[in-house]
Design a protein around this ligand. Structure first.
Ligand code: BTN
Length: 275
């Protein structure tokens, strides 16, 4: 039989304790049916991808207290200091065409924004495509990754990062000027477990709405939360710059930008600046 040191046993019992606290009173059908909690991983999305390819079921959630190489959008990194933020990934296996996969970014954005509002009472908005904002500062983000064989979508990983009790003043000046945390906004700490539970519940609800009724209701809720629509913007993508007014999002999550000549351009990726 394997022997563990006292330190290791303590560590394991802390993790089990946290896991049962999250599960206690969790009222979800699918999301969180299995929860894996870690102290430190490279990236919860990486762990989730490994689990998904080993056949772990839809709804499995991976949470870590810290990430040594948390990933952000467009190859950026996601600062993930220990014990203060939420670093969480969910394995989904929707029966949808690969072309529709970005719709899940909208599902996750709405769920995360509403969960943060529920628990913190802060006003959260979404900056296209997936930034969770308080005013002009970023509080969290969503990173979608997929696994496919040919044109068949095997799984989707929704990775969510939220600065909860993060001390933003410990970050570099560059990050400080654009990022915030719930604690920085409210001046008091928030119990991360409450927010994790609410996040899983909101995701469970919105995923169910999406799977049973399509993207329509999600787009309506996303549009209400958006701080991008109906504004003059510039979108900087890898291959072009698009200027105009953000007039809507398409059914697959692309931003519709009406340019000065009246043409509406569909932008699939990029960074938005309001002008
Ligand atoms: C963004 O750039 O806005 C997306 C940030 C996504 C960060 C989360 S933290 C949990 C999951 N694991 C990762 O490595 N990234 C996502």
């Amino acid at each position: 039989m394997e022997e563990f040191s006292e330190e290791e046993l303590n560590r394991q019992s802390k993790i089990e304790n946290r896991k049962s606290k999250i599960k206690r009173g969790l009222s979800t059908g699918l999301i969180g049916s299995e929860i894996h909690l870690f102290e430190d991983v490279i990236s919860t999305n990486e762990v989730a991808k490994g689990f998904a390819s080993e056949g772990k079921k839809e709804g499995t959630v991976i949470i870590s207290e810290s990430q040594s190489k948390g990933k952000g959008r467009a190859g950026r990194s996601w600062l993930s200091p220990k014990g203060v933020g939420i670093y969480l990934s969910v394995i989904l296996k929707p029966n949808i065409p690969s072309a529709d996969v970005s719709q899940l970014t909208l599902v996750a954005g709405v769920a995360a924004a509403q969960a943060i509002e529920d628990v913190s009472r802060l006003l959260v908005s979404i900056k296209w495509p997936n930034d969770l904002m308080i005013g002009k500062k970023k509080l969290g983000g969503i990173l979608l990754e997929t696994g496919s064989t040919g044109s068949t979508l095997n799984y989707v990983i929704i990775g969510i990062g939220i600065n909860v009790n993060t001390d933003i003043s410990s970050f570099t000046q560059e990050v400080r000027s654009t990022a915030t945390s719930i604690k920085d906004e409210k001046g008091v700490s928030l119990k991360r477990i409450r927010l994790i539970r609410r996040l899983l519940e909101r995701l469970d609800d919105w995923y169910e709405i999406y799977i049973s009724g399509g993207i329509g209701d999600v787009i309506e809720a996303w549009s209400d939360l958006s701080n991008t629509l109906n504004h003059h913007i510039v979108v900087t993508s890898s291959d072009r710059i698009t200027k105009g007014v953000a007039v809507g999002i398409s059914h697959n999550g692309a931003l519709l930008v009406k340019q000065a000549d009246g043409c509406v351009e569909e932008v699939m990726e990029g960074d938005v600046t309001r002008t």
